[in-house]
Write a protein that binds this ligand. Structure first.
Ligand code: TYM
Length: 378
């Protein structure tokens, strides 16, 4: 069995970056058991042995505990959480989304072990490992350390807890999560090294009826290689598309109506050079928009796409791009509306997901506590 875990924060609405960098990959993995074009943190491709049959267990989490690392309106958090879950189920490669029969969909705060393991790991993680985190430095610089909560600082530890609880082997994420995944791996190694060795440890495990070494699995990041791993802002091709950008025109939200998508593409930043091309470092907008154009047409090759658009002017390319995005997102939006409207079904899926998640998570949490020497209640 191989475990897959990933999550998206339910802050505002999910955008094309979340979808192309993460969710679309999850669906592909769920449906095929493979990840066509991905690499790990060392830039190595995943080689599967066709002779070994692997059963994947997929867990996709709406990470609401992460969302509160920045202020959230309490009257909106639940709706954002349910909306994100509905989008997991609706969003996909044009035909399917996350199928609750094949993958577990759950809400992080429904499984208490996340908060609890995060605390244990907070006490194991050196402060300076977190001080190195680029995302924290960026966000704290923008907001000022007086107005950011301690949670924003320890957030990568909570993320490590999410991954560790399921003993996840693979974690499909976008490029911006690279450093957090490295940290999760470092925490795993440190924990296994410090707590999961020697006879006293073995004795404690035996007493608790637990398997022994090693307690935590080292996760591999899966970062999609094609342009989806780093979708850039529509208003600046050198900045990533992000929920925290105050300008809504900088991103396409998966639930934007066609009219809004057309308008955003019409206004998006371009340059004054002729033609459209890929990978010219002086033309980040051109690369980004081509990446998006390509990612929303999964069946087409890069060559085929380039052939179509290379001689176009921006004025010709933009409407073509806008229609391709609209065409890709429309069925997702339609399915989303159906799933979100059926609240009983949605809550049922989340309950089933949380029950399954809780079973595994509680087991890992107990193992961590035994390793650390806590008293285990009867
Ligand atoms: P979050 O919510 O910021 O983003 C969710 C996923 O979307 C990817 N992503 C992007 N991909 C390409 N281009 C972009 N512009 C872009 N913006 C976001 C992210 O890489 C991510 O895969 N800490 C995580 C959530 C998390 C998590 C976890 C992920 C919490 N626990 C455990 C994996 C495993 C985050 O804030 O992602």
């Amino acid at each position: 069995t191989r475990r897959i875990l990933s999550g998206v924060q339910p802050t505002g609405s999910l955008h094309l970056g979340n979808y192309l960098g993460a969710i679309k990959q999850w669906v592909e993995f769920q449906d095929t058991g493979k990840f066509a074009e991905a690499e790990n943190l060392d830039g190595e491709e995943f080689k599967e042995d066709p002779n070994v049959e692997i059963v994947n267990e997929n867990f996709f989490c709406v990470v609401d505990l992460h969302a509160i690392t920045v202020p959230q309106d309490p009257s909106e958090l639940e709706e954002s959480t349910l909306a994100s879950a509905a989008l997991y189920i609706a969003a996909g490669n044009g035909q399917t989304g996350i199928d609750p029969k094949k993958s577990k969909v759950f809400v992080q705060s429904h499984v208490p072990a996340h908060s609890e393991l995060a605390w244990l790991l907070n006490c194991v993680t050196p402060m300076n490992w977190l001080e190195r985190m680029i995302q924290f430095k960026d966000k704290a610089k923008k907001a000022g350390t007086e107005s950011v909560g301690v949670g924003l600082f320890t957030y990568p530890v909570l993320m490590a807890a999410d991954i560790i609880l399921y003993q996840a082997d693979r974690v499909p994420v976008g490029e911006d999560q690279r450093q957090h995944l490295e940290l999760a791996r470092d925490i795993v190694r440190r924990f296994n090294n410090e707590y999961c060795k020697g006879n006293p440890y073995k004795k404690r495990c035996k007493k608790a009826g637990m398997p022994t070494y090693p307690v935590f699995t080292e996760p591999e990041a899966m970062i999609v290689k094609a342009g989806g791993a780093r979708v850039m802002s529509l208003t600046d091709g050198t900045n990533k598309m992000s929920k925290s950008d105050p300008a809504d025109g900088s991103r396409i939200n998966v639930l934007d109506p066609p009219k809004v998508i057309r308008e955003k593409i019409k206004r998006c930043k371009t340059d004054a050079l002729p033609g459209i091309e890929w990978d010219n470092p002086d033309r980040p907008e051109s690369t980004n928009l081509l990446n998006i154009y390509s990612a929303v047409q999964p069946g087409r090759s890069r060559e085929d796409i380039l052939e179509e658009v290379k001689d176009m002017r921006w004025g010709d390319f933009k409407p073509v791009l806008a229609e391709a995005i609209v065409a890709h997102l429309e069925p997702i939006q339609k399915r989303y509306a159906e799933v979100r409207a059926d609240e009983d079904y949605l809550r049922g899926v989340l309950k089933e997901g949380a029950d399954a998640a809780d079973e595994i998570a509680s087991r890992t949490l107990k193992a961590a506590k035994v390793a650390m020497g806590f008293s285990i209640p009867k």
